[in-house]
Design a protein around this ligand. Structure first.
Ligand code: 9MJ
Length: 715
């Protein structure tokens, strides 16, 4: 990107003198400065997600540009950012013939079909390849578009249409801020066609539908239809109000000009020798490329990527309906060619259907760690989202009322990624006659104790605490879990037996288990028993944050436990603060709600926990069997090396686990985040780091590898 010569302040501080409003050199220079600045900040905002100037400054620059072009209309060239506000309405869309057909993709619906795709390629390729290098991309659910640039300037944008002819939607596409009107840099072919997907992120879709509803207009059923509807507007000023995005995923027709100015068709659809390099080139020209893209080796890794993206799908802020897997090497792509209307070198893995209907056989109540009774629908097994589901959560009493659900009802089950299947709706028309509403339990189904319901809360609870075996089992499972005391080998089945046999009545009993008790459990060999004892011993040395988390205080997750540990430095001080508050009749929660992340409800849970003599006794017993940690010197907060910094981990680490690195960073005062943003201070990039690294590079964030991290902070 060319750096602007004047600062924004300088530009804004020098309003246009009326004598300037003529088409002279000064005016032209000023116009170019404005165009350059607006393009730079538009790209930072809409493509890099890294704005550096306030919106109000951007708006002022834009206003100045419009004013200038109003006085001197010759300045309003086709690549001026002023084009983004929309143009005169059309009365129809003209048609565009694609110089290179826009193909569709073959589909695969499961791992076997992906493996068959891989085999087909290997059978066809002359080179013997063990692992084909693939490039995986989220399959955005929007509208495919082809945008042609001539001499770096956006010339035509067209829909896919029937693949050979589409509609000319140039004026509409120009309103999309993530589409460059002019390519950045100067190393582009004379003519290049960029292909991608135009889509509406979820937030934009919601906003747009809300606005339509407020005006009493029809809403769109999904973001895809809304994106298509927005692009089909004959009035591009309407399109300009829709928060559309464009993500580039490939290249179509290319033409080069030689030194004598003679044009030559380039290698069709190839900008470089690999698809991944072509995408990097597109990013350099200013296009937005989806950050989840990843290069993999072999179909097994591509299948793993599909699985990982399936799990991540519900947390993405836009809709995807699968994964596109492409052969990365352009030479191999060329060898493979096409079959009918689809390339042989790519395949679309489609996510399995995520809703299915079935019937409820019964409704059971499951007792959780804190005694909450969760209603669970026992289903006639149904295949949904790629797995067979026979249980679905009904969450709580309010949800039962909202759905008006009963045993024997026919229901729609929804499964999103790895989230617990839910009952989406009841098909009331199919309800059998004589069915009865659900009766709420008055006794715990596990231990028979009374249940209580705090008024205004949707949750009913068993009142027996850890005297209820179901609560105890869950509490022990939590205690040994990886993020808590991290005691390896204690699977759910083992814990169920230990509680059922009454070997374990609280977490402290774990430490007095004998080899013979453990070896006597179902399917547990002598060696595993010894391993369990060794794991128990090894876990005794821990951190304060882990210990607090492992206690299972209601609503105290890993982050809150860390905040408590950092705020008090020692367990004694935390307990003292609670006890002192109680004794002096102070508001118990005042000190606690000063801490990050802790609100009045969580504070009340913390207060209740540490105010209960049974819990204090458990803590004392755990310490007396040897659980220990290093207290954190108080007020060290500001002096910590990485205080106030946000770090991100990506890729595969070799010498340390992610949790170890995370723990180390946090002990140095850093916050560890899952995603790269302009607030990231440093990225630790392990092997095969993908999109996060790309993003960090784009944002100019410091990147270090695992060895550098170890050298700096561990050795
Ligand atoms: C989508 N829809 O996100 C392709 N696509 O490549 C991606 N579509 C595609 N690639 C060749 N990421 C034809 C279509």
């Amino acid at each position: 990107m060319v750096s602007p010569k004047l600062t924004i302040a300088e530009i804004l501080a020098a309003p246009l003198a009326s004598s300037d409003a003529a088409f002279n050199t000064n005016t032209r220079n000023r116009h170019s400065q404005l165009v350059e600045l607006i393009n730079t900040h538009n790209h930072r905002y809409h493509v890099l997600d890294a704005p550096i100037i306030p919106d109000s400054d951007y708006d002022k620059l834009f206003r100045q540009l419009l004013d200038l072009e109003e006085s001197v209309p010759q300045l309003a060239t086709v690549d001026s950012p002023s084009q983004r506000v929309g143009a005169t309405a059309l009365d129809h869309f003209s048609s565009v013939t694609h110089k290179l057909a826009m193909l569709s993709l073959d589909n695969a619906f499961n791992d076997e079909e992906l493996a068959a795709f891989d085999k087909r390629l290997k059978d066809r390729l002359t080179d013997e390849l063990v692992n084909i290098e693939y490039f995986c991309e989220p399959k955005l659910d929007g509208v495919a578009v082809s945008i042609t640039y001539i001499d770096g300037i956006l010339h035509t944008a067209a829909t896919r249409g029937d693949g050979s002819q589409g509609e000319n939607i140039t004026t509409n596409v120009k309103t999309i801020n993530s589409v460059p009107l002019k390519l950045q840099g100067d190393n582009f072919p004379y003519r290049v066609e960029v292909r991608g997907e135009i889509y509406l992120p979820d937030a934009g879709f919601k906003k747009m539908n809300q606005a339509a509803q407020d005006r009493g207009e029809k809403t769109f059923v999904n973001p895809r239809n809304a994106a298509a509807g927005s692009l089909r507007q004959l009035d591009s000023k309407i399109t300009a109000t829709r928060p559309l995005m464009m993500s580039a995923y490939g290249v179509g027709y290319i033409e080069y000009s030689d030194q004598q100015g003679v044009l030559h068709a380039g290698p069709k659809g190839y900008l470089s020798d690999s698809h991944s390099k072509s995408l990097s080139q597109l990013a350099e020209w200013g296009f937005f490329i989806n950050p989840e893209i990843k290069a993999v080796k072999g179909i097994d890794q591509a299948i793993e990527y599909c699985q990982a993206l399936t799990n991540k799908r519900s947390s993405l802020t836009y809709e995807i309906d699968g994964v596109v897997i492409k052969v990365d090497s352009c030479a191999l792509q060329q060898q493979l060619g096409f079959v009918s209307r689809a390339p042989r070198w790519a395949i679309a893995y489609k996510f399995p259907a995520e809703e299915a209907s079935t019937t409820i056989n019964a409704i059971e109540w499951q007792v959780g760690r804190t005694g909450a009774l969760t209603p669970v629908a026992k289903l006639a097994p149904v295949f949904v989202g790629g797995v067979t589901v026979s249980n679905a959560t009904l969450h709580n009493v309010d949800e039962i009322t909202r759905l008006d659900v009963r045993p024997d009802d026919t229901v729609v089950i929804r499964r999103a990624g790895d989230v617990i299947p839910q009952v989406a709706k009841v098909i009331h028309d199919l309800r059998p006659s004589g069915s009865e509403p659900i009766v709420l339990p008055i006794h715990c189904p596990e231990c028979g104790s009374d249940v209580s319901r705090v008024s205004g809360e949707a949750v009913i609870r068993c009142t027996a605490g850890q005297l209820c075996p179901a609560q105890l089992k869950e509490a022990i499972k939590h205690y040994v879990s990886r993020k808590a005391m991290d005691i390896e080998g204690f699977g759910d089945k083992i814990i169920d037996q230990l509680v059922d046999q009454k070997y374990v009545l609280s977490a402290v009993d774990l430490y007095s288990l004998s080899q013979s008790q453990l070896a006597g459990l179902d399917r547990l060999a002598d060696k595993s028993a010894a391993n369990l004892l060794a794991a128990l011993d090894a876990s005794k040395s821990t951190t304060l944050a882990r210990f607090i988390y492992s206690l299972g205080v209601r609503e105290v997750g890993q982050a809150t436990a860390k905040n408590l540990a950092n705020a008090f430095g020692s367990l004694e001080l935390l307990i003292e603060s609670v006890v002192a508050a109680r004794d002096k009749n102070l508001s118990a929660i005042e000190r606690l709600i000063e801490i990050d992340d802790i609100g009045p409800i969580v504070a009340q849970h913390i207060f209740s926990y540490f105010n209960n003599p049974r819990n204090l006794k458990l803590i004392e017993q755990l310490q007396s069997v040897g659980i220990s940690w290093q207290d954190i010197p108080i007020n060290q907060g500001q002096a910590l090396a990485l205080s106030g910094q946000t770090w991100v981990l990506t890729g595969k680490l070799i010498s340390m686990s992610r949790d170890q690195v995370k723990e180390k960073l946090e002990s140095l005062g850093a916050k560890v985040s899952g995603s790269v943003s302009r607030n990231t201070h440093c990225l630790i990039a392990g092997e095969a780091a993908g999109s996060k690294r790309t993003m960090a590079e784009a944002l100019g964030i410091t990147i270090i590898d695992e060895a550098a991290f170890i050298a700096r902070f561990i050795d």
